[in-house]
Design a protein around this ligand. Structure first.
Ligand code: HEM
Length: 519
């Protein structure tokens, strides 16, 4: 089901050219002037309207994930009986039930015109138009993230974007941040494997990353993570291929997605859930609120549905650029966990969208729920829904809105709240568990590619201190990996190198049992 802007039909031949007030107009290419070479006229409202519109065509790009492509399609339930054990989510209640979706897939750090094939994580945002409101699942193509403390996010993004003086991408900034934040190592290793340069947008998987919560109608709940597995098979570019394609066709992924759908090869993803009870979470080996860790295969992946993209946008700006995805767009049966990163995201998205698209962005057709909206918010720029008519704009007793009789109350998980939320950046031995699992799971060829991809990038870092700190982390994760990178980037004395480790951000332990402060 396509989401169409109000004027999205292709221009019919009988449509007449008009000014903005709908009056037919004679010639779009004609400015009014006095005589054959005279000055222009202020009364040429067609020209002033034309420039007034053109001058304002650009809206702010997304502060992250600015370059992307998208399409529409549907999600279909395949295992309602499993889902119903854990969640009252209406969209998962019946096998075969289809929910229309809009999906946007993106790179993270580049600007709107940047290359699709840059080494970067990929965003994967799904807008589910459920019968009970919009549910956005805003994911990446990796199961984890670079940090577990949201206050690091804006600064981390600064280091991935441009140097404030040179306006260039800056490898020193890039690795300075990562080498100061060892909890980023697993995500950094995924990024520098060939998974950092996926073959377009169709051949990659997506993960919610965070633990969310599935809620039952009696208020009982479970932690849940979703995993979208590509039906096209995982396919990545090598570094050399990605470098070539960036020059040859920087819009490769956008084109590949559009053409596949236009040709009827609808890309699909099988959707799995991993479910964990609060009691299980208490004894699980990793903190389930730590976004730098994933759950392993001891928590089974159960198929719950399939998603297909079947329709290209009719108008990219209306249906994809103006799309506003947010983890705070949730419906009954789905709730956030206390993961601090997720809690921060619950605020950040709608906040940026009020700036990027305006306070009434939820009225834009691609964002508007299929269910009626009735509340006491009013007015603001670009209010296009009739401003909710003549209904009272407060809790009127004379003409009241019906209130939802919610019979359940959602409790928090005390075991984790308070315990897990402290010392978010303190790095301990468990932070090296997933980097080791990842390294050991790579084929010999993929291990070689990871090493050479890192050397190609880290080797260009000017600061010896940054290179050493990062090499020390790789070495601690795996000695073969660390040694190979050290050789490639001109680092010696590897056993003596240090990196942040310990209870607090300022307290570092050196493995040769000295203690030092870096900052
Ligand atoms: C986009 C903030 C972490 C996935 C964005 C945007 C902001 C943002 C401000 C731009 C939204 C817009 O303009 O519409 C943050 C913050 C984070 C965080 C503050 C952590 C504290 C994550 C994580 C994931 C993620 C962990 C994935 C699991 C995405 C995706 C988009 C996005 C897919 C693009 C959505 C689209 O296509 O419109 N993020 N983000 N982000 N983020 Fe995050």
């Amino acid at each position: 089901m396509a989401v169409q802007s109000s004027a999205s039909e292709e221009a019919a031949p009988e449509l007449q050219y008009t000014t903005d007030n709908g009056a037919p107009y004679i010639n779009p290419y004609d400015a009014w002037r006095i005589g054959s070479n005279g000055p222009l006229l202020l009364e040429d409202y067609h020209l002033t309207e034309l420039f007034g519109s053109f001058d304002r065509e650009r809206i702010p790009e997304r502060v992250v994930h600015a370059k992307g492509a998208g399409a529409h399609g549907y999600f279909e339930v395949t295992n309602a009986s499993f889902c119903r054990q854990y969640t009252m989510l209406d969209m998962l209640s019946e096998d075969g039930l289809r929910t229309p979706v809009t999906v946007r897939i993106s790179t993270v750090s580049g600007e709107t015109g940047s290359s699709d094939e840059f080494r970067d994580p990929r965003g994967f945002a799904v807008k589910m138009r459920t019968r009970k409101g919009i549910l956005d699942i805003v994911m990446n193509n990796t199961p984890v993230f670079f940090m577990r403390d949201p206050s690091k996010f804006p600064y981390f993004i600064h280091t991935q974007k441009r140097n404030p003086q040179t306006n260039l991408r800056d490898k020193d900034m890039f690795w300075d941040y990562l080498s100061s934040s060892p909890e980023s190592l697993y995500q950094a290793m995924i990024l520098f494997s060939d998974r950092g340069t996926p073959y377009g947008f169709r051949h990659m998987n997506a993960w919610t990353g965070h633990s969310y919560r599935w809620i039952q109608s009696d208020g009982t709940w479970h932690y849940v993570k979703l995993f979208f597995e590509t039906m096209q098979g995982v396919k990545n570019f090598t570094n050399a291929e990605a470098t070539y394609i960036q020059g040859e066709n920087p819009d490769f992924a956008t084109q590949d997605l559009f053409e596949a759908i236009a040709n009827g090869s609808y890309p699909g993803w099988t959707v799995y859930a991993q479910v964990m009870s609060p009691e299980q979470a208490e004894t699980y080996k990793y903190n389930v609120l730590d976004l730098t860790k994933e759950w392993d295969d001891t928590i089974p992946y159960v198929e719950i549905g399939r998603m297909y993209l079947t329709q290209n946008p009719v108008n990219y700006f209306a249906e994809i650029e103006q799309a506003a995805f947010s983890p705070s767009h949730i419906v009954d049966g789905w709730a956030p966990s206390a993961d601090p990163m997720l809690q921060a995201r619950m605020f950040a998205y709608s906040d940026t969208q009020r700036y990027r698209l305006g306070v009434n962005h939820m009225q834009i057709p691609v964002n508007a729920p299929v269910t009626p909206v009735a509340n006491f918010e009013r007015a603001g720029y670009m209010n296009i829904n009739g401003n909710q008519g003549n209904r009272p704009n407060y809790m009127s007793t004379l003409s009241p809105l019906m209130l939802y009789n919610r019979t359940w109350a959602l409790d928090s998980h005390q075991q984790w709240v308070g315990g897990a939320v402290q010392s978010l950046s303190a790095v301990t031995e468990i932070d090296f568990a997933w980097p080791r699992i990842f390294w050991n799971g790579l084929s010999e060829q993929d291990q070689q590619n990871l090493i050479s991809n890192v050397i190609g990038h880290l080797g260009e870092v000017v600061s010896q201190e940054v290179r050493e700190r990062q090499v020390a982390m790789f070495y601690h994760a795996n000695q073969t990996l660390g040694k190979a990178i050290a050789d490639g980037v001109g680092v010696t004395n590897i056993e003596k190198l240090t990196f942040p480790y310990g209870e607090t951000w300022y307290n570092y332990t050196i493995y040769s049992d000295r203690t030092t402060l870096f900052f």
